[in-house]
Design a protein around this ligand. Structure first.
Ligand code: 13P
Length: 253
């Protein structure tokens, strides 16, 4: 049985005060569910990791970073190493979020290095994949997701890949209010699981957790989570409202 995994990606939102308040309200709202029935994580901006981490330290809500750099230390101005993220209490690190691919320009090769570095540093990477609207219209979803999966996980042994969560986030559904239908999401999740079976084996494919992200809201989370191959959600906008995020967590339990 795959335990549901719900993560909130706060993106470039909150400040130190509202971030701490948000996580406190989430912890209070989900009570015993977090960590028991559902794995829950929040990914605040880098500069608030420490304060939010302190606020969640005695709870079972985990801390995640929105990005990571692949080098261990040195002259990489502005970047954050795996050891630094560990040091402030992170468990997870997003790798290859669509905004990093398409706004910042990250390549599959760079993202692959980040996935390796996260695992080497003792973090659990969440590898994000997903097609653009034009790619979906041109029936290229399978091709794009297959490429992102193969390049993103290149060189990972079966032992290492078990640390990875995959997040399927169709770019056209992110922040647009246009959620993929549960059937559209399930189709790509099944493809991702099949790819894991081809690239690794059936056991790994049956164990990997695959999150969906893209306009997940309190009122569509339950139906999405009802799909066979959906094991969790990566939530943007709705994770900034404690009540909505808690409703999403409860709907996934
Ligand atoms: P929204 O939930 O705001 O569409 O964002 C999804 C996302 O990108 C999460 O990483």
């Amino acid at each position: 049985m795959r335990k549901p995994f719900i993560a909130g990606n706060w993106k470039m939102n909150t400040d130190s005060h509202s971030g701490v308040k948000l996580v406190q309200d989430i912890i209070a709202g989900c009570g015993e569910i977090a960590g028991n029935k559902v794995d829950v994580a929040v990914c605040p901006p880098f500069v608030y990791l420490q304060q939010v981490g302190k606020a969640l330290s005695s709870s079972r809500v985990a801390l995640g970073a929105q990005d990571i750099y692949f080098e261990q230390k040195g002259a990489f101005t502005g970047e954050i190493s795996p050891a630094m993220l560990k040091d402030v209490g992170c468990t997870y690190a997003l790798c290859g979020h669509s905004e990093r691919r398409h706004v910042i320009g990250e390549t599959d090769e760079l993202i692959n290095k980040k996935v390796h570095a996260a695992i080497l540093g003792g973090l659990l990477p969440i590898l994000c994949v997903g097609e653009l609207l034009e790619e979906r219209k041109q029936n290229k979803t399978t091709e794009v997701v297959t490429r992102q999966m193969k390049k993103g996980l290149a060189g990972l042994t079966p032992e290492k890949v078990s640390a990875v969560t995959i997040a399927y986030e169709p770019v056209w559904a992110i922040g647009t209010g246009l959620t993929a239908t549960p059937q559209q999401a399930q189709e790509v999740h099944a493809l991702i699981r099949e790819l894991m079976a081809q690239m690794y084996n059936k056991k790994i494919a049956s164990e990997v957790r695959i999150q969906y992200g893209g306009s997940v809201k309190a009122d569509n989370a339950g139906e999405l989570m009802g799909q066979e191959d959906l094991d969790g959600l990566l939530v943007g906008g709705a994770s900034l409202k404690a009540d909505d995020f808690v409703t999403i967590i409860k709907a996934s339990a």
